[in-house]
Design a protein. Structure first.
Length: 320
C-alpha cells in the first residue's frame, strides 16, 4: 500500500494534466453558479415584492418563500455541479483508490447497505439513509468496504409537522476481524466524562439503559477518549487488548474526528463522523491547492489503511 506522501506525489504528478483540465472546468462552473445565483436571487426578490401585500397579511408566507428559496437553490446547485462532480470522481478519486490498492473497486453512486449500518448497533435504525463513493475489495487478505453515509431520523411534532435529524454523517467502514464474536462490543466517544467530569460521567455511562453493560478498561488514556459497552465483559477485554486500544487511539488521532467502533459477528464496524460529503470536488477553491489535495488523499488512505493500522491482516484470532 502506498504511503500518504506517495499518494500526494501521484495526485500532483500522474493526475496533474487531468487536474489542470478540471481546474479550467471548475473556474467556468464557478462563474456560471455565481451568474445563475444572482439571477435566481433577483427573481425571488421580485416575486417577494409582488406578493408584498399578501405577505403583510400572512407573515408565514415569508417563511415559505425563504424555504422555497433555499430548497430550490440547493436543487439548482446540485444540478449545475452534477457533471463536474462525476467527472472529478471518475478522473481523480477512482485512480487514487486504484493507486492505493488495485484490488479495490469503486462506485461513485452506491453506498454501504442499511443492513450493515444497522447491524453495527452503534446508532439507532435510520428512517432515511443516503450516501455515495462506495469502495469494496480485499486488502492484504482482509475484506473491507466503506462509503460516505448520511443516516437520518424522522420526527413529528404535536401538529404533525415533519422534521429530520442526522443520526450519522461521515465515513463508514466494515472489515473482517478473523474472529466470530459470541457477544457484541461497542466503543463510543466518551462525551459524558469529558462534559460532566468523572463522577457524574461514570454514573451516566453506567445507567445508559439503551446499552449493554459498561466495561471499564485498564488503559487510562483509552478511558478518557472512549466508553465501552458489551454483552460479554470477558470477551470485550479479550478483544480490546492493550495493543488494540493503543492502535485505536492512534487511528482516532489520525482521523481527528469522533470515532465509533463495534465488534459483532466476525466484523469490525468503524464510523468516523465528518458531517460533510467527503469526496465532493471543491467548486470555489482550486483543486491544485495542497490543502484540498491532502483532504482527499488523507481520507482515502485513512479508510484503507485500517487493515494495516489495526493489524487486521495478521491472523491473531482464529475464526471459530
Amino acid at each position: 500500500m502506498k504511503s500518504t506522501s506517495e499518494l500526494t506525489d501521484f495526485y500532483y504528478k500522474t493526475l496533474y494534466p487531468t487536474l489542470q483540465e478540471l481546474e479550467e472546468d471548475r473556474k467556468h462552473l464557478r462563474h456560471r453558479i455565481i451568474v445563475v445565483g444572482v439571477i435566481y436571487s433577483l427573481l425571488i426578490l421580485v416575486i417577494t415584492f409582488l406578493l408584498f401585500s399578501f405577505i403583510a397579511q400572512a407573515p408565514d408566507m415569508l417563511f415559505f418563500i425563504a424555504f422555497v428559496y433555499f430548497g430550490l437553490g440547493a436543487v439548482i446547485y446540485k444540478f449545475l455541479i452534477k457533471d463536474y462532480t462525476q467527472e472529478f470522481k471518475q478522473s481523480i478519486i477512482k485512480p487514487l483508490i486504484q493507486a492505493i490498492d488495485a484490488n479495490l473497486s469503486y462506485n461513485s453512486n452506491h453506498h454501504i447497505s442499511e443492513h450493515l449500518f444497522t447491524r453495527s448497533d452503534i446508532f439507532s435504525s435510520p428512517d432515511r439513509m443516503s450516501g455515495n463513493d462506495y469502495v469494496r475489495g480485499v486488502v492484504d487478505g482482509t475484506k473491507i468496504e466503506f462509503s460516505d453515509i448520511h443516516a437520518q431520523k424522522r420526527h413529528k411534532n404535536s401538529k404533525g409537522k415533519e422534521s429530520w435529524s442526522t443520526i450519522f454523517r461521515g465515513l463508514y467502514i466494515v472489515a473482517d476481524f478473523n474472529k466470530n464474536f459470541h457477544g457484541k462490543t461497542v466503543v463510543l466517544p466518551d462525551t459524558a466524562q469529558s462534559t460532566f467530569g468523572n463522577l457524574i460521567g461514570n454514573w451516566l455511562q453506567s445507567n445508559n439503559l439503551s446499552r449493554d453493560e459498561l466495561v471499564k478498561m485498564d488503559d487510562t488514556e483509552f478511558e478518557r477518549e472512549f466508553v465501552v459497552y458489551s454483552s460479554d465483559q470477558i470477551e470485550a477485554r479479550y478483544i480490546l487488548s492493550n495493543s488494540l486500544m493503543k492502535k485505536l487511539l492512534i487511528f482516532k488521532n489520525k482521523s481527528e474526528h469522533p470515532l465509533y467502533i463495534s465488534f459483532i459477528g466476525n466484523h469490525i464496524h468503524i464510523a468516523v463522523y465528518y458531517d460533510k460529503d467527503l469526496f465532493e470536488p471543491s467548486v470555489f477553491r482550486s483543486l491544485l491547492e495542497y490543502k484540498i489535495a491532502m483532504e482527499y488523499v488523507k481520507t482515502l488512505h485513512l479508510a484503507i489503511s485500517i487493515v494495516d493500522e489495526l493489524k487486521l491482516n495478521q491472523k491473531l484470532w482464529s475464526k471459530l
